[in-house]
Design a protein around this ligand. Structure first.
Ligand code: ITT
Length: 200
């Protein structure tokens, strides 16, 4: 079966194609590039799950194909869970990873070691043109360091060290990040849901 990947975030596209290729041999991923007429979806939800469902429904109804979407972000304890659902637009400029990361580091520059806990969260949604929907979530706990390290991944990866690790997620190999990441967990959980929903 064919499923449209409802995201324009290049970092996510790379990871999602990789995670799904590894976990799911039955799903053919169609990129949003195949539907240039589909515009950006307003992310007006209050949770990762609501926003993932908004994006998946918009693309499923506009494309006429089942759609999967990811809404994700970094929730920092010292900022009461922010930037959270606002992670991609934290600096005010949507998708400017470098500016978002700089602002976050400035905001917690005074927060000492031991109080810099955070987690990545990802909601993975599947929506059908009929309106049917499913959503699952994954998280990765860790902490935020002061100085960025590593060139892998995207977004806040250069400042995020998972619990029990010494490297940032930007210093891991792609396979190492996928094995533990919020996105890896959420989308591996979505694979049997896709099979159940589309397989009949
Ligand atoms: P789409 O809505 O088109 O999918 P977006 O970039 O707007 O793209 P989100 O609203 O879900 O998507 O924001 C995700 C942001 O959270 C992303 O821009 C990063 O800043 C951050 N983020 C999510 N997952 C991450 C990861 O694995 N590593 C680092 N940063 C991540």
């Amino acid at each position: 079966w064919r499923v449209v990947l409802a995201t324009r975030n290049q970092g996510k596209i790379v990871e999602l194609r990789r995670i799904l290729a590894e976990a799911d041999q039955k799903t053919e991923i169609v990129g949003l590039d195949a539907f240039p007429e589909i515009g950006d979806v307003a992310e007006t939800g209050l949770t990762f799950a609501e926003n993932a469902l908004l994006k998946a429904h918009a693309v499923a109804s506009a494309s006429g194909l089942p759609a999967i979407a990811d809404d994700s972000g970094l929730c920092v304890d010292a900022l009461s869970g922010m930037p959270g659902i606002f992670s991609a637009r934290w600096s005010g400029s949507h998708g400017d990873d470098a500016a978002n990361l700089r602002l976050l580091l400035a905001q917690i520059s005074d927060v000492p070691e031991g109080h810099r806990g955070a987690h990545f969260a990802c909601a993975a949604a599947l929506a059908l043109p009929s309106g049917e929907e499913r959503v699952v979530e994954g998280t990765l706990a860790g902490s935020v360091i002061h100085v960025p390290r590593g060139t892998g991944g995207f977004g806040y990866d250069p400042v995020f060290v998972p619990e029990g690790e010494t490297r940032t997620t930007a210093e891991m190999t792609p396979a190492e990040k996928d094995a533990i990441s919020h996105r890896g967990r959420a989308f591996r959980a979505l694979v049997p849901v896709i099979a159940e929903t589309l397989g009949a």
